[in-house]
Structures are given as structure tokens and as C-alpha cells.
Design a protein. Structure first.
Length: 319
């Protein structure tokens, strides 16, 4: 049969010289946290189609009623945003039959767990990428109720390491949303761990004289800015991304990241910022092939996400 493996390079089996060693009880794997984005974003199920849409309505117009005069109706604009799920993301490892019996750990379960963490990181970063793009997006032309994305570039190189300047930039974006009557209590501010540490040095955020129970410098904790939650994550891109697995010509490579976009140090996300759909939730399977005498350790998912409302996307960029 053509296409079948011709050597053992595709197997994730333990080397034979390690099989006789004593197992200490701990398996070292990649340190990846589970997905966090499902706590903050709404994800719709995509079944019996590959595309979901979200309807958008324009502003309602109020008018004064004059006695004896029939009021005219005012039309309201309608718009839509769509997202298409067209890619399956897969992680696959193989383990041969003999290694399964001789290994002193359950390699299959350990691999499956590690794959899940990698999927979680990939999933979260895709959402953050779209939030960054939303912060740079213009206002939709099909409706008049949604404004442009919100972004600010710090003035000087290194300002992202200044507690006061970083806090002021993030607060400014939140205030801009509040000026548009947006409920910012639902907004989440994602920052990289280094910027989270910087914010923990801001007296106004952690000092009890300014903010009661909002932070603890010794524990490296800070909870909110302008009433919006702060979440530390290493999943904000720090370099350009070309050829993202979810990018393709049909979506105009929507998930690729430019060098300028990778300068983001804080990303603001509202539950209505993005439109996300999922056809295959994260699924893990371990199955055995009698033909190849090999175990297949698979995990896969299919989802997509795009900008829904630019006006509730925000981003602070370093100089």
C-alpha cells in the first residue's frame, strides 16, 4: 500500500535505552495552561452549514410628536457579519505496540493531555489576534450604530514598562468606551505577564489608600482597571505570524499577524467584540491499527472567529 510509513521516525515511542530505567513518578511535558478564552467569549455551534452570521442593527431615531401631525417613520439600517469554519486543526502522535507494553508510563494519556494544552493555546491566541485586528478596524459601513476600533500607541520606547504610562493608556481606552455608553464592566484587559507585573507596581492600582482590595504587590496581583478585569496571558503574539493554520485566501489570511500588530502589549475584549463558531469541539481519541500495530493518539478541533464589533475592541501598542 502506498503512503504508509517506511521507518519509525513518525513514532512517539520512548527510546529503548530508557525503558529499563526506574520511573520517578513525574512526567515532564510542556508547561501550557488550559484554554482561558471560553470564560470570556461566546462561541456558537456551527452545524449543517459552514458559515454563521450575526445580524446588526443601526441606530434607532427618536423624534418629537407634534399634536395633530402624523409622525413619519424613520428607517433603521441593517447589516451582518459572518464567519466560516473551514479548517480542522489536528495533533497526532503514534506509539508502537511493543513500546506500549514496555514503557513505564502511559505515554498515550500523557501525549493526549499535552495535545489538549497546545490546542488551548492555539485557540486562545486566535481570539486575541482577532481582537487586535478589531482594535484597528474602521467602523462598519452597513450600520451606523457601531464605531471604529480603539487603539493607542505609547509615546516612547520603553513606556510599556512604566506602571503609570501603561495604566494611563489602558484606562484611556476604557474611558473612550464609556464615553460611548458601553458597559465596560464586561470588558476584560489581557496583558502579557511582564506587563501584568508592571501594573502591579502602580500604587494607584494596589495601594489600599487608592484601591481597596484591588491588588497585592507581594503576591504580584492586580484585579481591575477602571472596573475592568485584568488577565495575564502569554498568548498575545510578540512577533509576526505568516501562514497561520486558520488563514487562507478565502478569509484574506485573516489570522496572520503583522510586525506592527505584534507590538500589542494590552488587548481589551468585550463579550460582543467577536463572532466565533465551532463545528468540532476539542476531541481526543486514542485508537489502535491492527494493520500497522500502532496506536494513534489524536486530538482535533474546528473553529473560526472574526471581528463582530470593532468599537468594543481595544489595544495598546508599544512604540
Amino acid at each position: 500500500m502506498s503512503g504508509l510509513p517506511t521507518d519509525s521516525s513518525h513514532l512517539s515511542s520512548l527510546p529503548s535505552d530508557e525503558l529499563v530505567e526506574q520511573f520517578t513518578g513525574m512526567v515532564e511535558k510542556q508547561f501550557k495552561k488550559a484554554s482561558i478564552m471560553r470564560q470570556y467569549a461566546k462561541i456558537k455551534t456551527v452545524k449543517n452549514t459552514d458559515t454563521i452570521i450575526n445580524r446588526r442593527l443601526g441606530k434607532t431615531t427618536l423624534k418629537k410628536v407634534t399634536a395633530g401631525v402624523r409622525p413619519d417613520a424613520t428607517s433603521t439600517k441593517h447589516g451582518r457579519v459572518a464567519v466560516t469554519v473551514d479548517t480542522v486543526i489536528l495533533a497526532r502522535d503514534n506509539q508502537d505496540l511493543l513500546n506500549t507494553f514496555q514503557a513505564d508510563i502511559d505515554v498515550r494519556s500523557e501525549l493526549a493531555e499535552d495535545q489538549g494544552k497546545m490546542h488551548g493555546s492555539f485557540f486562545d491566541q486566535a481570539f486575541i489576534i482577532q481582537a487586535i485586528k478589531g482594535s484597528l478596524a474602521a467602523a462598519p459601513t452597513d450600520v451606523d450604530s457601531i464605531g471604529a476600533g480603539k487603539n493607542v500607541e505609547l509615546t516612547t520606547i520603553g513606556d510599556e514598562l512604566d506602571p503609570d504610562k501603561l495604566e494611563d493608556a489602558i484606562s484611556g481606552l476604557i474611558i473612550d468606551m464609556q464615553e460611548e455608553d458601553i458597559d465596560t464592566e464586561e470588558v476584560v484587559v489581557f496583558v502579557r505577564p511582564r506587563q501584568y507585573r508592571v501594573l502591579s507596581k502602580n500604587d494607584k492600582l494596589v495601594d489600599k489608600d487608592f484601591s481597596d482590595s484591588n491588588g497585592d504587590f507581594a503576591k504580584g496581583k492586580v484585579s481591575t482597571i477602571q472596573g475592568s478585569r485584568i488577565v495575564s496571558t502569554a498568548r498575545i503574539p510578540t512577533s509576526a505570524i505568516t501562514g497561520h493554520f486558520l488563514s487562507n485566501p478565502d478569509n484574506s489570511n485573516a489570522y496572520d499577524v503583522s510586525a506592527a500588530e505584534a507590538d500589542a502589549v494590552a488587548v481589551l475584549l468585550h463579550p460582543r467584540s467577536l463572532l466565533a463558531g465551532e463545528t468540532i469541539p476539542l476531541t481526543a481519541k486514542i485508537h489502535y491499527s491492527d494493520i500497522e500495530l500502532t496506536y494513534f493518539v489524536d486530538s482535533y478541533m474546528a473553529f473560526a472567529v472574526t471581528v463582530n464589533r470593532p468599537d468594543v475592541c481595544g489595544c495598546v501598542f508599544k512604540k
